[in-house]
Design a protein. Structure first.
Length: 378
């Protein structure tokens, strides 16, 4: 008697592809949220003081952010989960298995190379890893989404859900006002009312920091009366003279006879040749700005100065810092060099948001009336 083929039970037939479809929708939504954060300067979904900023610095391929690829890949996996037939099931298994392999590699990169984890990235990667075996099981079972019952209703609603998960989070994120990390907002809250706070992390030997400095000064100059700059030293290990310069900057901020001296000293450091950022020359320059040699030399060796730099490094980490220069213009995060016009426009727009008057121009002694604050010094 010939063997009769048996069909997969309806409940089992609909379960695996339904779970795979739901997982693809979750992956598309998480990727869409990440795409919003990668597209705009200030993150909306992922906390800047977590690992997201560090991971984001590595998450592009040929200029295309990984989340954009993720949105497309998960949308394709959702469509394949919907399509019936053997060819669709095999294609689903192949694409999902490839995605799972890539996701495992990306998790390994975060764990062993970047040494930081992005929460949304992990959601995307874990979903992708789970989709691999789900799609393989579906192909092995020969199962498709059921036409009736709850699975049938899910199937009919799926096309709209795919579009919503791919477009909704990125659209909401781009429309939402930016928000600086908590540690930056706390610092900015100490600025006078109706003034714009700008937080600058810098290294005096960093070539990109040096390139950005005159652009920032030009953008600030027209509104200097209404802007409070917080300068935070983050000397990088790769720059042999950066730490001495940072110590000197902190000490001048602590010992300077006038409040604006520290910022004028910072201008001088940016203009000084790298090799001249040594203790002997820094002491001489500090004297030119009215800082006593004895007190300055003692400050350079003081454990409190090193503690200030350690506190600055902790602020950098909490702000989600990865590279320099890093600045926060009100709510807007800017990492790396910036275009002159874009920076000027950002300063003007954020000043208005802060309640300032962008039509009012600063007077000649504005820097003395509203001096830069060297964070961690009196």
């Amino acid at each position: 008697m010939p063997h009769e083929a048996t069909e997969t039970p309806p409940s089992r037939a609909g379960a695996v592809p339904a779970i795979a479809l739901l997982a693809a929708l979750v992956g598309a939504a998480a990727s869409s949220a990440l795409l919003a954060d990668y597209t705009r300067r200030a993150a909306v979904y992922c906390a800047e003081d977590g690992g997201c900023a560090k991971v984001r610095a590595w998450a592009t391929m040929s200029g295309i952010p990984f989340p954009a690829i993720g949105v497309g890949a998960f949308a394709a996996l959702a469509v394949l989960a919907l399509l019936p037939g053997k060819k669709a099931r095999v294609a689903h298994a192949i694409v999902a298995s490839l995605g799972a392999t890539i996701a495992l590699v990306l998790i390994g990169l975060q764990a062993f190379f970047i040494h930081a984890f992005c929460t949304y990235c992990l959601v995307v990667d874990v979903v992708a890893v789970a989709l691999g075996p789900l799609a393989v099981v579906r192909a092995w079972q020969g199962s498709d989404l059921a036409a009736g019952g709850i699975a049938g209703r899910f199937r009919r609603a799926a096309p709209a859900l795919v579009v919503l998960s791919a477009v909704g989070p990125v659209g909401f994120g781009l429309a939402r006002p930016p928000r600086a990390p908590t540690v930056i907002r706390e610092l900015e809250a100490t600025a006078p009312q109706k003034s714009l706070a700008i937080v600058v992390f810098t290294d005096f030997e960093c070539p990109y920091c040096r390139a950005l400095h005159p652009k920032l000064e030009a953008a600030i100059a027209p509104y200097r009366d209404q802007i409070r700059v917080f300068r935070i030293d983050k000397p990088l290990r790769m720059h042999p003279h950066a730490r001495d310069a940072a110590r000197a900057h902190v000490c001048v901020g602590r010992l300077a006879p006038q409040a604006d001296v520290a910022e004028r000293f910072a201008h001088r450091l940016f203009e000084t040749e790298d090799s001249a950022l040594n203790t002997v020359n820094l002491t001489r320059v500090a004297e030119e700005f009215g800082v006593p040699r004895t007190g300055f030399s003692a400050c350079l060796l003081d454990a409190a100065t090193e503690q200030t730099l350690a506190d600055h490094a902790a602020l950098f980490t909490k702000a989600g810092g990865f590279g320099l220069p890093l600045l926060f213009v009100g709510r807007v995060r800017i990492e790396g060099d910036a275009d002159d016009a874009d920076l000027a426009r950002t300063v003007r727009d954020e000043l208005v948001v802060a309640g300032g008057d962008a039509t009012k121009r600063a007077g000649g002694d504005a820097a003395k009336r509203n001096p830069t604050t060297v964070v961690g010094t009196p």
